[in-house]
Design a protein around this ligand. Structure first.
Ligand code: SF4
Ligand code: SF4
Length: 128
């Protein structure tokens, strides 16, 4: 069993891809998406991004990210914050952060103690 699967296993519920806003994309995220979709940045931006001042997010459609259709359709090119979710480093600093994340993500393993969870997460984050 991999360290990740000891604390998290995605149930593909789609909850993290729903909402009327999405994570914001930094320059690396934008370039990764350009490469993954093999589309010029300008075209991709017009089609899939919502720009507000200096903030670039993905557009939403019917209350979910434009890339969500029964799963992430831009998996290789998804923003780093999407790839990191739900194993956020803030879990290590406060048990309440784990509780908040676990309340919105059914993939979190709730059957192990907070300390055990943190030990494994720390190991995973060290490698990234
Ligand atoms: S909320 Fe958690 S279990 Fe549901 S799709 Fe997102 S990562 Fe997977
Ligand atoms: S890019 Fe993929 S993982 Fe991120 S919110 Fe959109 S559909 Fe979900």
């Amino acid at each position: 069993m991999s360290p990740v699967s000891r604390i998290f296993s995605c149930k593909r519920c789609g909850a993290c891809c729903h909402g009327h806003t999405t994570v914001s994309l930094n320059e690396d995220d934008r370039q990764r998406m350009v490469r993954a979709l093999k589309m010029p940045e300008e075209e991709l931006g017009k089609k899939f991004w919502r720009t507000t001042g200096t903030t670039v997010q993905m557009k939403t459609v019917d209350g979910h990210c434009i890339f969500y259709t029964d799963g992430c359709t831009v998996h290789e090119g998804r923003p780093w914050r999407c790839a990191q979710w739900p194993l956020h480093p803030s879990i290590l600093t406060d048990e309440k952060n784990l509780e908040t994340i676990a309340a919105s993500c059914p993939g979190i393993n709730k059957s192990i103690s907070y300390l055990q969870f943190c030990d494994i997460l720390q190991e995973i984050l060290k490698k990234h």
